[in-house]
Design a protein around this ligand. Structure first.
Ligand code: QAP
Ligand code: CO
Length: 174
C-alpha cells in the first residue's frame, strides 16, 4: 500500500516518535509499505512519521555506483541511536516532505549508529559518506525535525517566503 507523504508545514511532522516494542507481522507490513511508498515517490530515505506514523522506524535505499537502487541495499532501521559522531561535511539535501527544495546542510561526516532490524536483531554500524548524511537526516525526523531548521536565518526566511508563494499558487489552481 502506498501512503500519502506529509508535507511541510504539516504539524504532524513535528511529533517525537516512540520506540517500537514488538517486532511482529504488523511491523513487517509497515516496513514493506514504507518501501513501496518511498520507491513510488522517488525517495532514497523515509521515516515513518512522514506517513503519519510516530514510530522510531526509518528506511534508506541509496543507489549504487551504477546509479541503480537495489532492494538488497535497503537499510531497515528501528529504534536507532547515534553513539559517535566525527568530523563535518556539507551535502545538498532534499526531503520528500519538502518537495522541490534543496539546500546545503552541514552534518557530522561519520557516525556510529546502533539499531534493530525487522526481526529485533541488534545492528551496530559505522557510516560514512551519503549513508551517514541520510541516517542523520532520517533520524532528525524521528525527533520531529526537518532539514530546513538547519538553514541560516536568511536562507530560512527566503525559503518561507517562496514556500508560502507556492502553497498560495497551488490553492489558486484548485
Ligand atoms: C533524505 O531524501 C536524504 O524534493 C532522503 O521533489 C537527503 O529521499 C538523504 C525527493 C539528503 C540523503 C541526502 C525530494 C523526491 C526525495 C524532492 C529524499 C522531490 C522528490 C528526497
Ligand atoms: Co526527510
Amino acid at each position: 500500500m502506498i501512503y500519502d507523504i506529509l508535507v511541510y508545514p504539516d504539524k504532524r511532522l513535528r511529533k517525537t516518535s516512540d520506540d517500537v516494542k514488538e517486532f511482529d507481522e504488523k511491523l513487517h507490513t509497515l516496513l514493506d509499505d514504507m518501501y513501496e511508498t518511498m520507491i513510488a515517490k522517488e525517495g532514497i530515505g523515509l521515516a515513518a512519521i512522514q506517513i503519519g506514523i510516530a514510530k522510531n522506524i526509518l528506511i534508506i535505499n541509496l543507489a549504487d555506483d551504477d546509479e541503480i537502487q537495489k532492494k538488497e541495499d535497503l537499510l531497515e532501521v528501528i529504534n536507532p541511536k547515534i553513539t559517535h559522531l566525527e568530523g563535518t561535511e556539507v551535502y545538498q539535501e532534499g526531503c520528500l516532505s519538502v518537495p522541490g527544495y534543496y539546500e546545503d546542510i552541514q552534518r557530522a561526516k561519520s557516525i556510529t549508529v546502533e539499531y534493530f532490524d525487522r526481526f529485533g536483531n541488534k545492528v551496530v554500524q559505522n557510516l560514512d559518506g551519503l549513508l551517514s548524511i541520510a541516517m542523520q537526516h532520517e533520524m532528525d525526523h524521528l525527533k520531529g525535525h526537518l532539514f530546513i531548521e538547519k538553514l541560516s536565518y536568511l536562507k530560512r526566511k527566503k525559503f518561507e517566503k517562496e514556500w508560502k508563494k507556492r502553497l498560495k499558487s497551488e490553492m489558486d489552481k484548485k
